[in-house]
Design a protein around this ligand. Structure first.
Ligand code: CP
Length: 342
């Protein structure tokens, strides 16, 4: 299999075999952390961050260093790029020129940096159209593929027999994606990616959210189709507790309502005010007791006390730090496979 030159905008664009190859390499790179020191030697990965980041920026910088390359942080506002309202360089020109310098380009654009849902996705696809090097989503309004790979890597580590790593262990396990109230008004990216990649690996998926918090219907339908193709169940509910029953992995997260984007703006304060009224939507020990001793997962940053209690987030079945660590290993594997030397 040759993934050299491939974009990664969502894991849904990669075959099951390609995803397993990326996971397999990530696991090898985790076991032998400094043993792949020349894979990106002399090469630079560009990172455009329209929005802030802790994990993504730090893990990409460390990942590039550990495999012999360099990750360069770029702020789009300092680059004179053309936007809907300002003159500047086109994506065609920027993408083609940057391809002459870098081995790959990562882009993050979500939440208030988009004026409507889908704008981030369009930007990434437009870069992918013109750039001659791989485009990697570092989280945009629709997807977060690096997070999705790190998620399933962490869940597999926790659910496989000790000392083994078998993504097949996820087949038939129930993943509950449950909305949490909170003060961060988040894009759908991490949640939608987790649903997609979890369902690709045969997990039963339940999405629980209050009325008015539907996700992208197209992504929901893809998840449904993924579940059908593996024989898994797909379910949605507006009930705050019933989805916990039988769950093996519980993922709680605040996400925006479809009304967040209106009139060319992301209505962040309004979203927060609305969400904070739904305080029973929190993952707590009482609800976790209904599960099959589920592990707790979250892509972070966590809005503690809203999306989840401290007791659960810092409890013995929480895999949050392992998943966060896996961003490093998964991204090393992605860069090695799509941009690295043979
Ligand atoms: N999970 C994640 O993408 O974290 P950051 O926003 O800190 O990069």
């Amino acid at each position: 299999m040759d993934l050299k030159g491939r974009d990664l905008i969502t894991t849904q664009d990669w075959s099951g075999e390609e995803l397993l190859a990326a996971l397999d390499l990530a696991v090898k790179m985790k076991k032998d952390r400094y043993g792949f020191a020349d894979v990106l030697k002399h090469r630079t990965f560009f990172m455009f961050f329209y929005n802030p980041s802790v994990r993504t920026r730090q893990s990409f910088e460390c990942a590039a260093t550990e495999i012999g390359g360099h990750a360069q942080f770029l702020e789009p506002k300092s680059m004179r790029l053309k936007t809907a309202t300002t003159a500047g360089e086109t994506i065609e020109d920027a993408g083609k020129v940057m391809s002459r310098y870098a081995c790959g380009i990562g882009i993050r654009m979500l939440e208030d940096k988009c004026s409507r849902y889908g704008e981030g996705e369009e930007l990434l696809r437009e870069y992918a159209r013109w750039a001659e090097v791989p485009i990697v989503s570092m989280a945009h309004d629709k997807f977060h593929p690096c997070q999705g790979l790190a998620d399933v890597m962490g869940w597999t580590e926790w659910l496989s027999p000790k000392g083994t790593f078998d993504p097949g262990v996820l087949k038939g396990k129930k993943l509950l994606m449950t909305w949490g109230h909170g003060a961060l008004a988040r894009s759908w990216s991490s949640v939608q990616e987790a649903m997609l990649i979890g369902s690709r690996l045969g997990m039963d998926i339940t999405v629980a959210a209050p009325e008015g918090y539907d996700l992208d219907p197209e992504v929901v339908e893809w998840t449904n189709q993924n579940c059908k193709s593996t024989g898994a169940a797909f379910d949605t509910t507006h009930d705050v507790t019933s989805g916990y029953k039988g769950a093996h992995v519980v993922y709680s997260r605040n996400w925006m309502s479809p009304a967040a984007y209106r009139d060319g703006k992301f209505h962040k304060e309004e979203e927060i005010e609305k969400a904070m009224k739904l305080s029973d939507w929190i993952c707590d020990a009482e609800k976790m007791a209904l599960t099959e001793s589920a592990i707790y997962t979250h892509p972070m940053p966590i809005d503690r006390g809203h999306e989840v209690t401290d007791e659960v987030a810092s409890g013995p079945r929480s895999c949050i730090y392992d998943v966060a660590e896996n961003r490093l290993h998964a991204q090393k594997a992605i860069m090695a496979l799509t941009m690295g030397a043979k």
